[in-house]
Design a protein around this ligand. Structure first.
Ligand code: ATP
Ligand code: MG
Length: 145
């Protein structure tokens, strides 16, 4: 199977959650044997990571920043990296626990990382205070040649 890749830098504003979903659908659409279900799972995982950047990475008083997305499809496997150059996460193991949210908002259920983990085959999160956060996820798709 051919290798394909995408790279995007988007302003961290809410409309770009939808933009990122459209882009990743386009990248995955032509993979041999890929199912709508698999594409949907990747879209959900990606939008959790992108939403986290929009909501948490560049808090008030922080310079407005970007969402960086890199997707590589190789040998029927997707590697997706989503990162920011924002505030970082002070306590990562706590942030990754189900139902932990560092935001005071009632709307946040604290399930973003848990959703990414359950819809993808692997999840690796790295963060540095004041430098940013990166999320790398992989998933085997289609017939996975
Ligand atoms: N890119 C990021 N930059 C800074 N902080 C982050 C980032 N991603 C996640 N966090 C922190 O980790 C916490 C947990 O993230 P998670 O996505 O699991 O939950 P949530 O965003 O609070 O709620 P939900 O995703 O369910 O709406 C966030 O509340 C936030 O404090
Ligand atoms: Mg979240």
């Amino acid at each position: 199977m051919e290798t394909n890749r995408l790279y995007a830098e988007l302003p961290a504003i809410s409309v770009n959650e939808a933009v990122s979903r459209v882009m990743i659908s386009g990248l995955l659409m032509n993979i041999r044997g890929v199912t709508m279900g698999e594409i949907e799972e990747v879209k959900v995982a990606l939008s959790e990571a992108v939403t986290n950047i929009i909501l948490h990475a560049y808090p008030e008083g922080y310079p407005a920043g970007k969402i960086y997305i890199k997707g590589v499809v190789e040998g029927g496997r997707l590697t997706l990296k989503i990162w920011d150059k924002g505030c970082g996460i002070a306590n990562l193991s706590q942030a990754m626990e189900p139902m932990f949210s560092g935001s005071g908002s009632q709307e946040r259920t604290g399930m973003g990382f848990t959703v990414m983990q359950s819809f993808m085959d692997s999840l690796d999160v790295r963060t540095e205070k004041g430098k940013g956060t990166s999320v790398v996820m992989t998933k085997k798709l289609g017939i996975g040649t």
